[in-house]
Design a protein around this ligand. Structure first.
Ligand code: AHR
Length: 832
């Protein structure tokens, strides 16, 4: 048996390997002093593999470094299609830096720039409209460097690039980096599919855990939270309980990346009967922020206009639904309008009417009571013969929303979020927070106040957001479930994955112009006043008018979302950060460190935050399950005196992206490590949270749903078990294993926390091995006499997706030795 330590054998091997890779060995007999390198991007894939290298002693025989291993990948533009590196050229300059410049497409002359000291670590990228705009170099210099490009045949294909003579250690560094990358891919690519082979003959593991309560440390009591983003129809058609799709007639082809002409103001609407006309107008709208409305002109006969809802409208027999619309008569005819819910076969499920419209916009309301339960109902507004009416903001809302809030949330979905017991809710994203291009940045002010005055907008995930679920509703939901609100605002720059949208410099397009930043910063300051100011303040009075005179007690605000730490970002982030810090020193500002657990944005994001004294940093990483297995000490190395971490987005991703027991247990392993590092990691939220069946842009998610049912995933239960069994003290422990193989030891993890208020002790144990692990728990140090103990177990086959945890009551002697089933998660909750 051996003592488990954080700096384990695996790490030692890895570090030795890393050292060899980075520093190389110095005495290989026939190493040349210098060689030629050829830097290029594959013409064939328009540089999507990134900047490649080949080397040669004689400029005749070229050896590619790795098979298409990209040392720099263009991060410009929309994921996939737009991330191209065209005709890169590399040069070394007097400032001891390598500079790499490439074109972003074949047409518009936009260029990208990055630099490196060693060709291994590359700085965050910057994008410019033209080579000329890259002020660091004169046009003459650039032309001279570019003119050095030449064609070489590499692996049978003619490639254009630049040849340089370099010392051999540069090349050996490149080779080793590529090898390290291959090694890591293999290690982190391990899945349970190979377990039968990997662990053939493995004996059940024996493990002795001896807690050391004297060494208990304080950890965050806010660790477990949720990340909410309107992705996968999470808001409209999802958590937001509105049942009418395109209620505002504001859908537009531009909501979709392919500008789908069928996705327009009439989407989800149709006419019933004959002889009516249905047009869209925008003269004299209900509100300038909501410019389109429908005009319905009828001749004789019975006609109606129908809304199909989001995949149909689900109604329950006996339940009440609030109907409302804005309407005006354009023909002088003033007759009451019948409103009906109809089933798939046209059968009437509910009926009511609203009074006759006048010549001015008026909001009319009625209540529909469903006579039958139906999943695929539709709403019909029955039109009077020979009339012309304009309608807008047509709404059907269940009265049964979460906590019976008006304009509230779908009760069952909201309850499933509340059941996670989240300590905070992050919103409105994700990428939605900083948007697809400058015009798509999410502005909180557009999302408060009367619904007809809110500003709907294109959702960067390819649909439409009404802003019906806006900042007031987010804050109210947080309050309803006892979670801290965590709004994330853009750092004055849009998403690094923004599309071009026809701009000369599309994609990130730089940031909000500096002369408009004061206004933007004021918006951020106003948000804090809106949330926390008294009802007498300008913005606090709007919150009070919306029905919440008491402050919302905002404590955290995120600035930026996994942005590129470019100069454009740095300048804007710093301005916002300083202004918020100065005016609201008590608010904890959360900075950002890119979308990965390493790399330029991670490193430079951390450097910037540390330099500015930003108290907390938002990290994101979506990684294979084995990354979690082999990186349990990721946070053990973090500076305890530096900024705190908010792990804002993470998930285990397997090929095909399932959410199954394997991914869930890998996340559980990570969560035990987060608890152990709860003095540094303050908050964590799995992402994304919600996904609607058949409308999913991103997998895996935590909760899948359709209009009538909700599926809590296996990963959901892990989050829930950590959320419901959190503590504010971490108790370290010594462990002894019967098998010291690192692949074995790293697949078993645990954490022991205590709730200092209730004095409950919680022990969580993960076994990601195909064999049982028998765990002897030394409980004597806790001096329990007759505690109440609840044991919860989640177990199954790694590929299973429909597992639920099972709870039993046990007595203390049953937990002194406890068997962890293969592929299982066990929680013991011990009440003294
Ligand atoms: O969680 C889905 C997306 O992943 C988020 O919008 C973005 O921040 C990240 O890239």
């Amino acid at each position: 048996m051996a003592v488990r330590e954080n700096h384990n054998e695996m790490k030692r091997i890895f570090l030795l390997f890393l050292a060899a890779v980075l520093f190389g060995s110095t005495c290989v007999a026939d190493e040349p002093d210098s060689v030629y390198i050829f830097s290029y991007a594959r013409a064939q894939d328009e540089g999507r593999s990134g900047l490649l290298f080949a080397w040669s002693r004689d400029q005749q025989n070229w050896h590619p470094v790795g098979n298409g291993f990209g040392f720099v990948k263009s991060d410009y533009g929309r994921w996939g299609s737009e991330k191209r590196m065209i005709r890169p050229f590399l040069f070394y300059d007097a400032d001891d830096l390598w500079h790499c410049i490439w074109n972003l497409d074949n047409k518009e002359g936009a260029v990208a720039y990055t630099s490196s000291k060693d060709l291994l670590y590359w700085m965050p990228q910057s994008y410019f409209i033209s080579q000329k705009a890259l002020k660091r170099f004169t046009p003459e210099k650039m032309n001279a460097e570019r003119s050095r490009q030449q064609q070489i045949v590499i692996a049978g294909a003619a490639e254009t690039g630049v040849i340089k003579k370099v010392p051999w250690n540069i090349v050996s560094g490149l080779i080793k980096k590529e090898q390290l990358s291959g090694y890591r891919s293999r290690l982190w690519g391990e899945t349970t599919k190979e377990d039968a082979r990997r662990f053939a003959g493995l004996k059940p593991l024996k493990l002795v855990i001896s807690p050391e309560p004297a060494g208990a440390k304080k950890i965050s009591n806010l660790l477990m939270g949720v990340f909410f983003e309107d992705i996968n129809y999470a808001a409209d058609g999802g958590l937001y309980a509105e049942l009418i799709q395109n209620r505002d007639f504001e859908y537009a082809p531009s909501d979709k990346e392919n500008r789908d002409p069928a996705w327009n103001s009439k989407k989800a609407w149709s006419l019933s009967g004959n002889g009516a006309e249905f047009t869209i107008d925008s003269v004299h709208p209900v509100h300038p922020n909501n410019k389109n409305y429908a005009v319905l002109k009828t001749a004789g006969g019975q006609t109606g206009v129908i809304n199909e809802g989001f995949d149909g409208i689900a109604v329950t027999a006996g339940e009440r639904y609030d109907f409302s619309l804005f309407v005006r008569s354009m023909s002088g005819k003033k007759k009451a309008l019948a409103i009906r819910l109809i089933g798939r076969q046209g059968e009437e499920l509910a009926a009511a009417s609203v009074k006759e419209p006048t010549g001015e916009w008026q909001q009319l309301r009625t209540v529909l009571i469903a006579r039958k339960t139906a999943a695929g109902a539709r709403l019909e507004i029955v039109l009077q013969p020979e009339s012309v009416i304009a309608i807008d903001m047509v709404s059907l809302f269940p009265q049964k929303t979460f906590r019976a809030r008006k304009n509230g949330l779908r009760a069952d979905l909201a309850a499933s979020i509340a059941d996670l017991h989240p300590r905070f809710v992050r919103f409105p994203g994700g990428c939605v927070a900083h948007g697809d291009g400058l015009e798509n940045i999410y502005h909180w002010k557009n999302t408060i106040g009367p619904l007809e005055a809110r500003k709907p907008q294109r959702n960067l995930w390819g649909y439409h957001q009404t802003a019906g679920l806006g900042y007031f509703e987010y804050f109210q939901f947080c309050e309803d479930i006892g979670a801290a609100p965590l709004p994330v605002v853009a750092a004055g720059v849009p998403c690094q994955n923004s599309a071009r949208h026809g701009h000369p410099l599309g994609g990130q397009q730089g940031g909000i112009p500096l002369d408009e930043m004061d206004r933007y910063i004021q918006d951020v300051l106003d948000l804090i006043e809106w949330a926390n100011g008294s009802a007498q303040t300008k913005w606090g009075s709007l919150r009070a008018a919306a029905g919440h005179p008491e402050p919302f007690n905002l404590k955290y605000i995120g600035i930026g979302n996994e942005d590129l730490i470019s100069e454009v970002f740095t300048e804007r982030f710093t301005l916002i950060y300083k202004a918020v810090k100065e005016k609201y020193p008590a608010i904890t500002i959360i900075g950002t460190a890119g979308p990965f657990f390493e790399g330029a944005d991670y490193t430079e994001g951390w450097k910037l935050a540390t330099k500015l004294g930003v108290p907390m940093i938002d990290e994101h990483y979506y990684v294979p399950p084995a990354w979690f297995i082999y990186n349990q000490d990721f946070y053990d190395k973090y500076d305890r005196a530096g900024p705190r971490v908010y792990l804002g987005e993470y998930a285990a991703h397997l090929p095909d992206r399932p959410n199954n027991l394997e991914t869930a247990l890998a996340e559980a392993i990570h969560l035990t490590a987060l608890e152990r590092n709860g003095d540094v990691v303050h908050m964590a939220s799995y992402a994304p949270l919600l996904a609607k069946e058949n409308h999913t842009q991103w997998n895996p998610d935590l909760i899948y749903f359709n209009n009538t049912t909700i599926k809590r995933t296996t990963g959901y239960y892990i989050q829930q078990l950590f959320g419901q069994n959190a503590g504010d003290e971490y108790i370290p422990a010594k462990a002894m294993y019967s098998d010291n193989n690192e692949k074995v030891k790293n697949r078993v993890a645990w954490s022991i926390v205590r709730n200092s208020h209730t004095k409950e002790l919680i022990i969580k144990m993960v076994n990601l091995l195909p064999v049982p692990a028998t765990l002897s728990l030394d409980m004597d140090s806790f001096r329990f006499s007759n505690p109440t103990i609840i044991k919860t177990v989640l177990k199954g086959r790694p590929d299973e997706k429909d597992l639920v945890p099972v709870q039993t009551a046990v007595v203390i002697n049953e937990i002194r030795t406890i068997e962890l089933a293969p592929y299982s998660f066990t929680v013991l909750r011990i009440k003294p």
